[in-house]
Design a protein. Structure first.
Length: 377
């Protein structure tokens, strides 16, 4: 009996070692590729025909690789994976702050400020109704889906998740749904815009509001420009420019969302700390404070030529751009760790309801924003 147990343990140990070796190999490959991508973008590293090595890893691919690893092998290094998926996201969100400018965002978004406020909080409310009341999705996953739809997809989910102490599986499901819908929107939206005859400005506004992630918004705007180069010339504005500006403006609402989120989850957050004695506003994590500091520092110091001079401001802008690009690559890597947390057991417990919530919410905001755009334009 003991001999059989020893053999079984030896087999299990060998399987575990192979699983961990595969995990290390995957992380190394992803890390090297993302590091090369960063070097190409920032330092103009010339890889010639091997440049594909620096560009093949995208956010959906990293998340998908994590999913596949978890489904095939199960969990490896669970403590390390959990720590990396949490801390790497937090530091990356701080880095994203260096890519935001308060003055430019406010100036470009002042025209549609009222609609932005209504759409952001309206999406959160509609997401609560679809997810919690209609479909019975758990509160964390439902809120993450609503947050990602309301503002900027994966970045909003990455910022909000640690605040509400979201489980890894809730983060994985929400990010997975968002990325699937992003991929669909990237291909479908330009053809819809073309079919209904949208102008460059109209399509740019619609893409920025109804598509989750900035990368997909940029891709859809560029695709629409390529479909209608004559409209870009005649209208004097491109869909890409409009979409990018508005999307970056909406991205600033991550700050507002991060500050109000603890209020929505005050009971669960308070119950998890100090026996319920901690007020909700003290649940705002430090990384969100540093995220705000990074935005203000970039806006009023690093990019302020009148304060530090043209040369220093130019260097500051280069530094901010580099930090922002690095943060985006780190977020991509962190998505692997999040995806690797999603096991078969977790998938069975999740079901189709989060996907239904995401689709219903996405279609609703797409239709409503389209109607608003045609009404005001």
């Amino acid at each position: 009996m003991q001999l059989a147990e020893i053999k079984t343990n030896n087999i299990n140990n060998k399987i575990m070692r192979k699983k961990e070796l595969c995990y290390i190999l995957v992380v190394a490959v992803l890390g090297v590729s993302l590091l090369l991508g960063f070097a190409v973008e920032v330092f103009n590293l010339n890889l010639d025909s091997a440049v594909w090595i620096a560009h093949w890893v995208s956010s959906p691919i990293a998340l998908a690789i994590g999913f596949v690893f978890a489904l095939v092998f199960g969990k490896a290094f669970p403590d390390f994976n959990k720590t990396m998926s949490k801390k790497l996201l937090q530091y990356s969100v701080i880095g994203l702050g260096f890519g935001m400018n308060v003055d430019k965002a406010i100036a470009s978004g002042s025209e549609g400020m009222l609609f932005t406020i209504v759409s952001v909080f309206g999406t959160l409310a509609l997401g609560w109704f679809f997810g919690r009341k209609l479909l019975g999705v758990d509160s964390q996953t439902s809120y993450l889906l609503s947050s990602g739809t309301a503002i900027c997809g994966g970045s909003a989910i990455a910022a909000v998740g640690p605040i509400i102490k979201a489980k890894a599986e809730s983060m994985s499901v929400a990010l997975g749904v968002v990325f699937v819908l992003n991929a669909i929107a990237l291909f479908v939206f330009p053809y819809i815009g073309d079919a209904i005859g949208m102008t460059m400005k109209q399509f740019g506004m619609w893409a920025a509001i109804a598509i989750h992630d900035t990368s997909s918004v940029v891709g859809a705007g560029a695709a629409y420009d390529q479909m209608h180069p004559e409209l870009v010339a005649s209208q004097g504005v491109s869909a890409l420019e409009v979409a990018t500006t508005i999307k970056l403006t909406r991205a600033l609402w991550i700050v507002v969302l991060a500050l109000v989120t603890p209020f929505f989850f005050r009971k669960s957050l308070a119950a998890s700390t100090d026996g319920g004695s901690k007020p909700w506003y003290k649940c705002v994590p430090r990384f969100i404070v540093w995220f705000i500091v990074a935005i203000l520092f970039n806006t009023y110091i690093l990019s302020n030529a009148s304060l530090i001079g043209d040369t220093a401001a130019s260097a500051g802008s280069m530094f901010s751009g580099a930090v922002n690009k690095l943060a985006k690559h780190l977020i991509t890597l962190s998505l692997f760790f999040i995806g690797a947390s999603l096991t078969r057991e977790t998938l069975r417990s999740v079901g189709l309801k989060p996907l239904l919530q995401g689709v219903m919410l996405w279609i609703s905001i797409s239709v409503v924003s389209l109607g608003y755009i045609f009404w005001v334009e």
